[in-house]
Design a protein around this ligand. Sequence first.
Ligand SMILES: [Zn+2]
Length: 278
Amino acid sequence: MPEGDTVFRTARHLDAALSGRVLVETDFRVPAHATLDLSGHRVLETVARGKHLLTRIDARARDAGANLDPPSGRLTLHTHLKMEGSWHLYRAASRWQRPAHQARVVLRTDEWTAVGFSLGIVEVVETASEPDVVGHLGPDLLAADWDAAEAVRRLRSDPGRPIGAALLDQRNLAGVGNMYMCELCFLLGVNPWLPVRDVPDLARLVDRAQLVLAANKDRPAQTTTGDTRRGRQLWVYRRDDQACRRCGSQVRVAPLNERATYWCPSCQPGPVGGAGSR
Ligand SMILES: [Zn+2]
């Protein structure tokens, strides 16, 4: 699952390619918007909110077939990559790198074709209604208005919950996916099943989350070890049956809320693989 920093980079690329450009063709391959046509409208910007993407479009009058006239004059294409999704940018004639049947949205300008493949969410809402689709999110780790104290407050609101599950809940803080959850727990020496109330320093954990995502948002390869070489980038994520880089113990994996969770039982002592959670 893409993490917040990946979504942030995706937003930046879409924004650079599409903003200020007029859509010459659109294709929404989802039932709810199968007949929607936004050609003739100008793209204003694309921003990330946690792991959500918001592409804002000026939908005021256009020449032909105006099937849209939102009171605010602006529409937002809300997309989410979920597990397998990605946005690609192609020059006019270039070949798509994923099968066409996986495309859920196609936005074409004179310069670029943006294709959203296997997106978990595709919906078009009035820009004024964005709070309905992203208003539930906690403080955004990569936003200018990031609020660490509020993230800590939200995490503490359910003190019996395993910290791993609490970190993944986007209502607490927005941007941490499964990989960063595992890596952050390791970096702080915290067992992912430890109840939130027993985590020694939540503020430090939250600060570290922000630092790690911010450091990686400009890197092509994510790392939590500081080493960007292939195979050395992460401490525990997807390293089950390998030795912990710090202590040599075998890294373990077990499900936490049905998500594969990786940890080192020596560096992160505590409840094992779900026992004692909730
Ligand atoms: Zn270890």
